[in-house]
Design a protein around this ligand. Sequence first.
Ligand code: HEM
Ligand code: HEM
Length: 179
Amino acid sequence: MPPLTDTPLRYGAISRALHWGMALLFLAQFLSAAAHWALPRENPVRELLWSYHSDLGLTLFALVLLRGIWGLLNMGRRPVETGPLAGAARIGHAVLYALMIIVPGVRILSAIGGTRGLDYLGFELVPARAAEIAWTQVPVAWHGEMGWVLALVILGHIAMAVGYHRLLRNDGTLARMAG
Ligand code: HEM
Ligand code: HEM
C-alpha cells in the first residue's frame, strides 16, 4: 500500500486514485462524445450515453481542480521526470492539464454568460440570464474539437507510458503510478 502523499520514488495513494479514477471517467466521457458524433439522433444507445455527458464533464472539471491542488501541495516531493524525453514529458503533462481545464471550462463559461443556465445532477448551478454576454459564447464553438484533441493527447500519453517507458526502456516510470 503506497503512502497517501507522493514521494520522489512513486506517486502516493491519493494521486493514484485521482489518476486512475479520472482515466476511467474520461473513457466514459469519450464514449458519450463518440456516440454523439457517430450515431443518429434517435438512437437509444446515443441517448443513454449522452444523458450523462454534462454531469460527468462537470465532475471531471471539479476533479481536475482537486488533482491540480493536490499536485501543487506535493510539488517538492513528487517523482521527477528523468531520461532523454523528460522535457517533452513535462510539456505533455502540462498540455493534458490545460486541456482538462479548458475543454469543460469553455462550456461552463458559455453557461455563465448564456440564456439557458446549467444544471448539475438536477440542481441549478448557473441560473439562466435574460440576455447573453456575446464573448462568452465564442470559445465554446471549439469545445468538441478541443475535446478530440485531448483524446489524441491522451492516446499519445498512454503510448509513451506503455510503449516507450514499459516495453522499450523498462525504466520503472509506469510502476511509480501503477505498481
Ligand atoms: C472533460 C470534460 C469534457 C470532455 C472531454 C468533452 C468532450 C466532448 C467532445 C469530444 C464533444 C464532441 C462530440 C461530437 O463530435 O459530436 C463534445 C460535445 C459536447 N459537449 Fe462535451 N466534453 C466535456 C465536458 C462537457 C460539459 C461540462 C458540458 C456541458 C456543461 C458539455 C457539453 C457538450 C455539448 C452540448 C456538446 C455538443 C455540442 C458541441 O460539440 O459543442 N461537455 N464534448
Ligand atoms: C491506460 C491509461 C494510462 C496510463 C497507462 C497512464 C500512465 C501514466 C504514468 C506511468 C504516469 C507517471 C509519469 C511519470 O511519472 O513521469 C502518468 C502521469 C500522468 N497522467 Fe497518465 N496514464 C493513463 C491515462 C491518463 C489519462 C486518461 C489522463 C488524463 C486525461 C492522464 C494524465 C496524466 C497526467 C496529467 C500525469 C502527470 C502526473 C499527474 O499530475 O497526475 N493519464 N500516467
